[in-house]
Ligand binder design. Sequence first.
Ligand code: CA
Length: 231
Amino acid sequence: MPVKTILIVEDEKAIREMIAFGMRRAGFEIREAQDTRAARAEIGNRRPDLLLVDWMLPDMSGLEFTRQLKRDPNLKDLPVIMLTARAEEADKVAGLEGGADDYVTKPFSTRELVARIQAVLRRADPQVAGEIIQIEGLRLDPVAHRVTADERPVTLGPTEYRMLEFFMTHPDRVYSREQLLDRIWGGNVYVEERTIDVHIRRLRKALEDFGYDRLVQTVRGAGYRFSARGE
Ligand code: CA
C-alpha cells in the first residue's frame, strides 16, 4: 500500500509537532504548514492525500481556507479534516457545510484521529485499502501494480499506469487536461497539456488488443472520461 501524505495546517508549533509525531508513527508521511499561504505552496509543490486544517489560523480561518479549496475544481476532491478546539454543534455544522469531509474536536487522541483519517481516505480513494479495482474485465491491483484485461497481463509505462489508476478510481467523470495534469503529475511540474494526449494515446493502444480502449473517452471541448457506459 503506498504511503499516504498528510499536510498539517496549524500555526501552533507544539500542537503541529504532536500531531505529526503521532501520524508518523501511524505510518503516514507528514508535511507541515504554519498558515494557509504555506499550505498553498505545499499543495502546489506536491499534492498531499489529505489535509488536516486547524480552525484558528493567523492569515485566514481554516473554515474559509477549506471553502476556497472546495470551490477550486482542481482541489475540491482533496479530503479535508478540520481541527478545532470549539465543541459547539453550530461550528461543526459550519465546518461540514464549508466542505470539510470530517471534523475532529480538540483534545483528541492519536487513535481517534488516525481512525478518522483512514475513514476519510477510504471514502476518497478505494485503493487506500489496497483493494483491487475492477471495471468490466479490466483489473488493477494497486498493491502489486499489475493490470490485467480478461485475465491477460497489460503492459503499461509508469505514467500510463498512474493515469489508468486515476481513471479507474474516478470513473464516469469528465476531467480537463489541466485537471489530469494536476492529479497525475502533481502541481508545479511543467508538462504541456498536449503531453496528456500522448499518454492517452499510449494508454488506449495498450488497451486496444483487449477492446478496452473504448473506456477511455474523449469529451469534445472538455477533456477525458473513463467509463464503461456508452459515450
Ligand atoms: Ca491554531
